[in-house]
Design a protein around this ligand. Structure first.
Ligand SMILES: NC(=O)c1ccc[n+]([C@@H]2O[C@H](COP(=O)([O-])OP(=O)(O)OC[C@H]3O[C@@H](n4cnc5c(N)ncnc54)[C@H](OP(=O)(O)O)[C@@H]3O)[C@@H](O)[C@H]2O)c1
Length: 265
């Protein structure tokens, strides 16, 4: 099950995992793009905007109807969003789309993960976690989209470690990854970021979505499963450079508890 698979590295990972013989279910936000990839991988085209918790809850029901057992949940949907546009639920968009909605979806799909023999949750974080900072009293207020994005990606690692500790007895493991600096549709909501990722110099420096997808593909089946639990990978290498806050168990717990309240769990 891969979110954000209508484009970029999620679409590539979905196609490659299908090639390798997996039953793949994908989600996207744009119906047309999602439909195209869904047809290629033999999945229903499941649509939801992560800026809306109601849509995420509906999506979870649709996923449950087609996938009673989930071996791998790849939380990959996301991007860098303008901080001044609040979501329908009133949150700063990077916080909701990149952290709160995947947090909610993962919880709603937990029974389906537990129905699998060796389930895992793979979270597409980023090396941008290094310039984030989680202030528990100000989760929704950021002045810059860079900081808001980096903070949401730090939250992906905190969530990964939360799963690794809290769901250990449920047999669920979790890993986070930085895919590389990838030329995709990333940054499409920001003129400057999109321009930085799409120009003649970037064309030569950035890696392709095909290359960017390989860590997701690898972590979907990498063994032994226990060794990836709670680990942040820089592409395929365990122990990616991370924010000093990322290992704080008290912060993992505080963010987890507050996220539960905010998504209504
Ligand atoms: N590109 C990089 O350099 C880079 C580096 C580090 C981490 N990442 C992370 O990698 C992941 C994939 O990014 P990408 O590079 O493949 O970018 P992309 O080509 O822009 O793909 C992003 C995917 O997320 C979906 N998405 C975006 N906003 C959404 C929303 N509000 N609700 C539901 N789905 C939404 C998109 O759906 P639609 O296309 O249907 O709108 C698309 O499928 C992201 O989490 C990103 O933060 C990327």
């Amino acid at each position: 099950m891969i979110t954000g698979a209508s484009d970029g590295i999620g679409a590539v990972a979905a196609k490659e995992l299908k090639e390798q013989g997996a039953n793949v279910i994908i989600t996207g936000r744009n119906p047309k793009k999602t439909q195209r990839v869904a047809e290629e991988v033999g999945s229903p085209a499941l649509i939801a905007d992560f800026a809306d918790f109601e849509e995420v809850r509906r999506l979870a029901e649709e996923i449950k109807a087609v996938a009673p057992k989930i071996d791998v949940l790849a939380n990959n949907a996301g991007g860098m969003f303008k901080v001044r546009h609040k979501t329908k639920d009133g949150h700063e968009p990077n916080f909701q789309i990149n952290h709160l909605s995947p947090f909610l979806l993962t919880h709603l799909l937990k029974p389906n993960l537990m129905a699998a023999d060796a389930p895992r949750v793979i979270n597409t974080a980023s090396m941008a976690n290094n310039y984030g900072h989680v202030f528990m009293g100000h989760l929704d207020s950021h002045k810059s989209e860079n900081i808001a994005y980096g903070t949401s990606k730090l939250m992906n690692i905190l969530f990964t470690r939360g799963i690794a500790r809290k769901w250990k007895d449920d047999n669920i493991v979790s890993a986070a990854l930085h895919p590389g600096v990838v030329q995709s549709e990333f940054g499409r909501d920001s003129f400057f970021v999109h321009a930085a990722y799409n120009n003649p110099i970037a064309n030569r420096i950035l890696i392709s979505s095909e290359q960017g997808a390989t860590p997701i593909i690898d972590l979907a089946s990498r063994e032994p499963r226990e060794e990836i639990n709670g680990v942040f990978f820089f592409r395929h290498k365990a122990g990616g450079h991370e924010n000093y806050q990322a290992k704080s168990e008290s912060l993992q717990d505080a963010l987890w508890a507050r996220s539960e309240e905010l998504v209504g769990l």
